[in-house]
Write a protein that binds this ligand. Sequence first.
Ligand code: UGA
Length: 429
Amino acid sequence: MTITFIGHGYVGLVTATVFADLGNKVWVVGHTAKKIEDLKKGITPFYEPGLTELVKKNIDAKRLLFTLDYDKSISESEIVFIAVGTPPYKTGDAQLSTVFDVSENIAKYLNGYTVVAVKSTVPPGTCKKVYGIIEALKKSGVEFDVASCPEFLREGTAILDTLNPDRIVIGTESKKAEEKLIELHKAINENFVLTNLETSELIKYASNSFLATKISFANAIAKLSELLGADGLRVLEGIGIDRRIGKAFLSPGPGYGGSCFPKDVKALVAIAKDYDYSFSLLESVEKVNDQAKRDIVRKVRKAVGELRKKKIGVLGLSFKPDTDDMRDAPAIDIIELMKRDGALIKAYDPQAIENAKGLIKDIEFAKDLYDCAKDAEALVVVTDWNEFKDVDFKRLKSLMKNPIIIDGRNIYDPEKLRKLGFTYVGVGR
Ligand code: UGA
């Protein structure tokens, strides 16, 4: 099948590449000449394990094509996916102008029956607006349908997630569009959730918000366990074994970050507000998440004392491992709070330093974990990169001014570290 993706962010580029690898001819349409020229050479705009190789393979096979031009791509495609960003306004509402702008462009070049499928995360009701825009601008006689087809891939495991989704959600009012989307997706998975537009649009927000709720619940239980002297990790393990609850997304830490959970929780609160419903549960989820970051800093203060002029090493900057994405990364707020106390920060991340430089000022960046630990009064683990797990603790201790580890992701064994002479502080333990 010939298909088009408008947008080459995580969702657009990864999904387009996977569909190309499955044998489809896939156009990816962007709007920045430099980015499209880079992509044509196989240079990807972000770090995602395995992606560059897969992009190159499919460019060579002539199945993956990058362009600035809507004309050829749209007119020869059976399905056009909209996969552009919907960043939040200050109010939390999703910005939809790019979705609507690209809908106008798509309308001009539609040629023969086409399904326009929205992959961007959009508030319920948006797909109907997309339909209205295209209907008003398309050439007469051209047939099309609109569908909602939300994406559930995670950064860091994006290719694997796209190839192994738990479900494929398709929302549309048209049987013909539904069949086209099933035909494309059935090579991946046949576990379809077939529904209408608004339901599909809401499934995406509800899914991310529920996962964020699990994380905040885990952080609240971890906090309470610390106060009660209970082992929070055992508590969460103990509840997670119950299949009705599930073990996933119950790891306490510095709170959720990234380009999705913070944005989508806020957006769902704003959507609810538009209908005079106060989604106070999600407002609390956000409060607990903010508190989780503050709690890490509180632990550093408690272990080190006054932070002024003290060197603090920060391990991990990206919002999660295996990505260079710094959007809404907990490290940003944690570092800012420590800087406010006068701490001198040296930070290390295996991939995200370049992106972090634009966001965090007046700190030093280390070349590796040991460089980060040198002369530090404490080390704070903010992101659970694998390379932080296997450490020469004796060497680490000899480099640090004070052997204090604030393990924001619970990656180390407290007993082992205490035996080696470290002061160890985890989350919930
Ligand atoms: C999330 C969802 O998991 C995807 O299903 C969805 O497609 C995506 O958002 C999106 O809407 O595009 P992602 O943001 O890539 O994916 O990363 P996650 O693995 O979900 O992690 C999000 C944040 O939660 C990270 O900061 C992570 O460290 C944190 N987290 C996750 C915890 O603090 N504890 C956990 O137990 C799990």
